[in-house]
Design a binder for this molecule. Structure first.
Ligand code: CAA
Ligand code: FAD
Length: 379
């Protein structure tokens, strides 16, 4: 067992850290306040190769391992989780499945521009009445000659208004339950596709979360990924990897808050000495560092398991369940270390706490992660 990061991993870490400090930090408070999507920043992330990190070089990707990806996710999430979720969706929820299950033509037309960051993708599973209960899809795709007619509504779609390419999960044979679900590639410009209003959220306020409406959208048969009926398995397999990305995001949010609290504790004085000299503050820092270290080990282990080609559904659910709880605990304590200053926007930790909460909800709530873990234990 080797706990040492390689030169390549350290280079990714440094590049992501540098990008986060120079490109994401300026303006992050303003983007959060006004709910502005980090458009220019995400474009630059594409140019630097952050949007298709694990895609093979022949498909315009970085050809990197999952560990490199989680290291980058952690560093970017320390500063701006709204930017990092756009990255996470594009890498894990869009590019991964297209590369694994897409046809050559689908890869040529869709994966390559997505991996290079020329365009952004979105993953559309959730609906107004199908969130955790993801098999109760209402969106329907009916075969009609050489195309499907798609009707329905998707909810909470990340990159909803900034994407050009959408992977849409829909029922093709409702009578077959989850075995009647399929997955389609849908283009933004197609007739009958409308992007709804942006959600006004507690956290990740820069991320553009939208509902999407499909009315008689014509989807060519060649835009189905895999066979009919494969869509639910496709979504679950995709989410196994996606959850590693969100676990890394949660880790980054926690680590970012901890770094701020540590620095602040050395600067702020109370009762004639830095607050870091008070044992109550020292113990908070010790608890935070311990939780973050444990979360990091779980996140790296999940990434490593995926890279080994082993079943990583349990490891990814464990990493997400734990890291998202750590993100909540650590950000709350980071505000406490900052006292009143922690409660205002200028010091960043209140935003990190608001951003932390979503990591317990999306890509499967914490309760759903427990279902995934316990089913795997009892199998
Ligand atoms: N990996 C692979 N296959 C899985 C799986 C996993 N993690 N979980 C379930 N499956 C398979 C099962 O093996 C089963 O297949 P077979 O019938 O072939 O055996 C099939 O899926 C149905 O499974 P269940 O009977 O267990 O289905 P269920 O209705 O009880 O629900 C669930 C299972 C785990 C709760 C699932 O519905 C789920 O994961 N819900 C959460 C949905 C979710 O995570 N949504 C995220 C949306 S994307 C997003 O959020 C992005 C973002 O914010 C940025
Ligand atoms: P519900 O499923 O209604 O859950 C409500 C509560 O009940 C939760 O606490 C849940 O854990 C609990 N619960 C439900 N079932 C059980 C059970 N069987 N046992 C125990 N407890 C249970 N979806 C996408 O498809 N693509 C995206 O890009 C995307 N981005 C998102 C971005 C944001 C900001 C948000 C808020 C959501 C996003 N989602 C996305 C949707 C997200 O995945 C769902 O919100 C999530 O899966 C929960 O579904 P729900 O909101 O319908 O809650």
């Amino acid at each position: 067992m080797d706990f040492q990061l390689t030169e390549e991993h350290l280079a990714v870490k440094e590049a992501a850290r540098e990008f986060a400090q120079t490109e994401l930090l300026p303006g992050v408070i303003e983007r959060d306040t006004h709910g502005i999507f980090p458009k220019e920043q995400v474009k630059k992330m594409g140019e630097l190769g952050f949007l298709g990190m694990m895609v093979k070089p022949e498909n315009n990707g970085g050809g990197m391992d999952t560990l490199s990806y989680v290291i980058a996710m952690e560093e970017l999430s320390k500063i701006d989780a709204s930017a990092s979720v756009a990255m996470s969706v594009n890498n894990s929820l869009v590019c991964w499945g297209l590369e694994k299950y897409g046809t050559e033509a689908q890869k040529e037309k869709y994966l390559r521009p997505l991996a290079s960051g020329e365009v952004l993708g979105a993953f559309c599973l959730s609906e107004p009445e199908a969130g955790s209960d993801a098999t109760s899809q209402r969106t329907e795709a009916k075969l009609n000659g050489d195309h499907y007619i798609l009707n329905g509504t998707k909810n909470w779609i990340t990159n909803g208004n900034s994407a050009s390419i959408y992977l849409v999960i829909a029922q093709t044979h409702p009578e077959l339950g989850h075995k009647g679900i399929s997955v389609f590639i849908v283009e933004r410009e197609w007739d009958g596709f409308v992007v709804g209003k942006k959600e006004d959220k507690l956290g990740i306020r820069g991320s553009d979360t939208h509902s999407l409406m499909f009315t008689d959208v014509k989807v060519p048969v060649e835009n189905r990924i895999g066979e009919e009926g494969f869509g639910f398995t496709y979504a679950m397999e995709t989410l196994n990897g996606g959850r590693i990305g969100i676990a890394a995001q949660a880790l980054g949010i926690a680590a970012g808050a901890y770094e701020l609290a540590l620095a602040y504790s050395k600067e702020r004085e109370a009762f004639g000495k830095p607050i870091s000299k008070h044992q109550a503050i020292q113990f908070k820092l010790a608890d935070m560092a311990t939780q973050i270290e444990a979360a990091r080990l779980l996140v790296y282990k999940a990434a490593w398991t995926k890279d080994q080609g082993e079943d990583y559904s349990q490891a990814s659910a464990i990493a997400k369940l734990y890291a998202s709880q750590v993100a909540m605990d650590v950000t709350v304590e980071a505000i406490q270390v900052h006292g009143g200053y922690g409660y205002v926007k200028e010091y960043h930790v209140e935003r990190l706490m608001r951003d932390a909460k979503i990591t317990q909800i999306y890509e499967g709530t914490s309760e759903i992660q427990k279902i995934v873990i316990s089913r795997s234990l009892l199998r």
